[in-house]
Design a protein around this ligand. Sequence first.
Ligand SMILES: O=C(O)c1cccc(C(=O)CC[C@H]2O[C@@H](n3cnc4c(=O)[nH]cnc43)[C@H](O)[C@@H]2O)c1
Length: 255
Amino acid sequence: MDPNYIKRDRILIVTAVEAEREALLRGLGRKQDDRRSEDATGAAETDNRNSLDAAGAGRVHVIAGGVGPAAAAASTSAALATAGGAYAAVISAGIGGGFAGQAEIGSLVLASEIVCADLGAEAPPQDFVSIDQLGFGTASYTADAPLTARLAEALRAAGLPLAAGPVLTVSTVTGTAETAARLAQRVPGATAEAMEGFGVAAAAQLHGVPVVELRAVSNAVGLRDRGAWRIKEALAALEAAGAVLAEVFEHECDE
Ligand SMILES: O=C(O)c1cccc(C(=O)CC[C@H]2O[C@@H](n3cnc4c(=O)[nH]cnc43)[C@H](O)[C@@H]2O)c1
């Protein structure tokens, strides 16, 4: 990988939903510009490009790619293909659940590994056999270490609470203490869970682009308690992280 990629190219950030995208754009100091374009048949389609406020800021492009690993993979792959090699790195970002003792509500998590925690088979008497063990591919991608380290340094320097460790991608939000314990046992050091990272990472791998995952913790992984989700707090943490990302990428761009 070219170590100068931060200076050269554009960064793609993929969130699941608009609220996450908007939080990041606020942090990045960017205006919304959900332009509507007409295709050849006259049908309107949404163009999710965000407008550019400042020289250099335009290198960070944020899209809302949908909820879940399949939507995330499809939209990331489409964005990377359309850009024709312009993206130097992809960041999967959004809210997520934090594992007990690893990541508190309102804090941030950077992934060391992006692990699809439920991609495999139940195989009694074993609890679970991963797709790797079955010999059909991989259930884990390593996050880009240099970019992750650079972001961690900047987020900590900004005083934002940050944990690092494996971030799990699941297709079903964990809703019991038993599942949380099983996942934590399956992936030692499991720090957070969300639903898109593995899809974004699979697309990034296909296109040969480094990937990072950043989560803002909205809830604890465990017994489902919707009333305890702190989505506003997590979106505020995501916005604060966006301001740090702007500094990192604009500063690197100016060097
Ligand atoms: O269960 C509900 O009532 C409920 C209400 C609002 C949102 C949800 C979601 O499932 C949001 C999924 C969305 O948020 C990410 N996310 C946030 N926390 C977690 C989690 O603990 N486990 C998995 N995903 C989480 C996820 O990446 C999706 O984009 C449910």
